[in-house]
Design a binder for this molecule. Sequence first.
Ligand SMILES: *C/C=C(C)/C=C/C=C(C)/C=C/C1=C(C)CCCC1(C)C
Length: 248
Amino acid sequence: MFLLDVLAIPKDDPIAFTFFTGYMAMMAASVFFFFERGSVDEKWKISLLVSGLITGIAAVHYFYMRDYYMATGENPTALRYIDWTLTVPLMCVEFYLLTKAAGAKMSLLWKLILASVLMLVAGYIGEAFNPDGGSTSHSVMWGVISTIGYIYILYTAWFGEVAQLASNSGNPVVERGVRTLAWFVLVGWAIYPIGYMCMPGGWLNIGLGWESSNVDLFYNIADAINKIGFGLVVYNIAITSTATAKAQ
Ligand SMILES: *C/C=C(C)/C=C/C=C(C)/C=C/C1=C(C)CCCC1(C)C
């Protein structure tokens, strides 16, 4: 039964397909980031470790989420939010580590983590406690509260402390890298609220007349872009800075 399900993945079920490929991609990315720690300067090793932890934590959750989805056909909402509760704060740690040399304080990290917690707790209530059949008012209310946390992170990355520290760092590699990460937060992270609106009762679900939920399709694609992409940007900053330092 399970084997047949797995064999049927590519042709019948795009959501299952993305759970399967998401799992493999996250695992491969972790191996890459862990091994590449050996190619960068000492001070960048911790950033690559965090990149590998983000994709590694996601890989383990994808392993379980895929099985949960295959067995029940339902969204693995709790596993999804446990994953994000661990990985989004680690992405905040990446911002902190990149701007630390320019003077970032622990308070910056805590503010970003607090905003992530608001964003994720509200999102979880919006999804997990959405009444059967889907309530539009419930999902909109908690979606709006969640968006406050998201906008705070977005603002900090583009105009607030993170952006200011990066531009004061005097390191063009860090400045450009942090700007690229800010683009990920603006464009890549925006896929999540779009996915959220695909749940029963959500605006897109109603607007497009979908019978079922396509939430996981959006979340899986967004996770691959954001977790692996974010890690690759950090890797690029580390490897470029290492090469520049060696040339001097
Ligand atoms: C690796 C996981 C990441 C980067 C997850 C990011 C998640 C978000 C940016 C979620 C945002 C949401 C809103 C802005 C409103 C609706 C509820 C959420 C939680 C889907």
